[in-house]
Design a protein around this ligand. Structure first.
Ligand code: PLP
Length: 485
């Protein structure tokens, strides 16, 4: 194959700032002091914190070098399954930085915040239209936070009907955060096996859906990258027995403008603005996990809510059945602005096209690689495909080895060992923003690694070779993190 795009060339070492500092250096000239030191101000100019003394160039080089050791969607293909690491257009950042938005403060009166309130109000409308749901809250700060809010909504709904339902059905193809969110809300998770095609069977749902079950939490498309073909039958069964259907919509990137979630029987759905709607994520930065609901759940949505009366926007807490507040102020507004910018700059047709291309790209990879890597479910996939290391295991090469080697070829590894239903899973989500050339290059890299696994296994076992650091002891890194270098 062509030369890899893996890290090579100048990768400079970089000490800690504390090792780099020299007493007396500074990057900023303070004006000469024009007050005498006296008892009152003496404490203010005491020892101060233990910060190193550094010049401006010391600091700029330090952080620039560290940034070059990083990898992001701006650096190269980042096929991390389930995470939708698409390229985020820079115009989104530009809009969020407009002074009227960047300097807005939540303590400003609504009279002085009409622009940002209108944006939030309109964004709710866009998300309703895209999902086919009736009402939206923008408050949750992440997907998992949206799930938690959704569980509170389901609980509030049953309570309002005088019912006590304590269990939630969770398929084995659901995202790991689903059972955690259900438990956090006090529900008991009831696991459900998917069928041999990797999707839910209505019979299996019917068997366990009883009068104590509050509902089901379905990830759709699921974590095998498959659409739940039987979703209508499943939602019918759950509804007939008095339950509600939660859909984890973090994988909406596969079905924007294509699937009407209300129509297929979803009662509550969360979205990840920081995945599908193109705002940067990873590294624990701000996110946004709006929750979309059907009419019957609208009274329970969190407060405050952005409302419109006579063309004026304001915040209202006048919703007596609300589950209350779940985030300071109104959530992460900066992320909402970026998502709004993305939706407007794409328009309805291009949002749909983005999903179609995301699905096409994943299917292309699946078809090209399915002879080389074991494909547990050989059928059309959605926005991601899941392989396993079954073939390479014969040469004692694991998924872990192969994705480390992928870093030498210049790609971020895919999601691995998830979903748990596939042994040695390699979950690849290319997204719509990769060009055919980059996808072909990625396919070539994985094919080359499969070849090495057979003919030169030590090269794979000892990967990565070209990265800044070699293999880390991941267990020790998690259990005994050394944060000081
Ligand atoms: C990412 C993801 C989540 C969790 O979203 P966070 O914003 O990380 O909390 C939930 N479900 C699915 C399917 C996801 O891909």
């Amino acid at each position: 194959m062509k030369d890899s795009q893996g890290t090579s060339g100048l990768i400079l070492n970089e000490p800690l700032l504390w090792e780099k500092g020299k007493p007396g250096r500074h990057g900023f000239s303070f004006p000469r002091r024009d007050v005498e030191i006296n008892e009152l101000n003496e404490n203010l100019i005491g020892e101060g914190p233990d910060f190193p003394d550094l010049s401006e160039v010391d600091v700029v080089r330090h952080y620039t070098r560290l940034s070059q050791w990083n990898f992001g969607a701006d650096t190269g293909m980042y096929p991390l399954g389930s995470c939708t690491m698409k390229y985020n257009p820079k115009t989104n950042e530009k809009q969020a930085n407009l002074p009227g938005f960047a300097k807005a403060h939540p303590f400003l009166s609504s009279g002085l915040s009409q622009g940002v309130l209108k944006l939030m109000f309109d964004l709710k409308g866009f998300l309703s239209e895209i999902t086919g749901m009736d009402a939206v809250t923008l408050q949750p700060a992440a997907g998992a936070h949206g799930e938690f809010a959704g569980m509170l909504l389901i609980h509030a709904f049953h309570k309002s009907k005088g019912m006590k339902r304590t269990k939630i059905i969770i398929p084995d193809t659901a995202h790991g955060t689903n059972p955690a969110s259900a438990s956090l809300c006090g529900f008991r998770s009831i696991p459900l096996k998917s069928n041999e095609d990797g999707i839910l069977s209505p019979e299996a749902v019917s068997e366990i859906m009883d009068a104590e079950t509050a509902g089901i939490m379905v990830t759709n498309p699921n974590t095998l990258g498959l659409f739940e073909d039987n979703i209508r039958e499943v939602t019918d069964i759950v509804h007939k027995r008095g339950g509600l259907v939660y859909c984890d919509g973090a994988n909406m990137n596969a079905v924007m403008g294509i699937v009407d979630m209300g129509e297929i029987g979803i009662d509550v759905l969360h979205l990840n603005l920081h995945k599908t709607f193109s705002t940067p994520h990873g590294g624990g930065g701000p996110g946004s996990g709006p929750v979309c609901v059907g009419k019957h759940l609208e009274p329970f949505l969190p407060i405050p809510r952005v409302v419109q009366t006579n063309g004026k926007y304001s915040l209202s807490e006048d919703f007596p059945d609300s589950i209350g507040k779940i985030h300071a102020f109104y959530g992460n507004v900066g992320v909402m602005i970026k998502a709004y910018s993305y939706i407007l700059s794409m328009g309805p047709e291009n949002l749909k096209k983005a999903s179609q291309l995301a699905v096409l790209n994943a299917n292309y990879i699946k078809e090209k690689l399915k002879k080389i890597f074991h494909l547990p479910h050989d059928k059309p996939c959605m926005h991601e495909c899941v392989f396993s290391d079954k073939f390479q295991k014969n040469n004692k090469i694991t998924t872990h080895d192969m994705v480390k080697r992928l870093m030498d070829y210049g790609f971020h590894p895919p999601t691995i060992y998830f979903p748990l239903v596939v042994n040695g899973a390699m979950m690849i989500e290319p997204t719509e923003t990769e060009s055919k050339e980059d996808i072909d290059f990625f396919i070539e890299a994985l094919a080359a690694i499969a070849d090495e696994a057979q003919n030169n296994p030590d090269r794979v076992r000892n990967a990565p070779q070209k990265c800044k650091v070699r293999r880390l002891d991941e267990t020790a890194a998690a259990r005994r993190p050394c944060l000081s270098g």
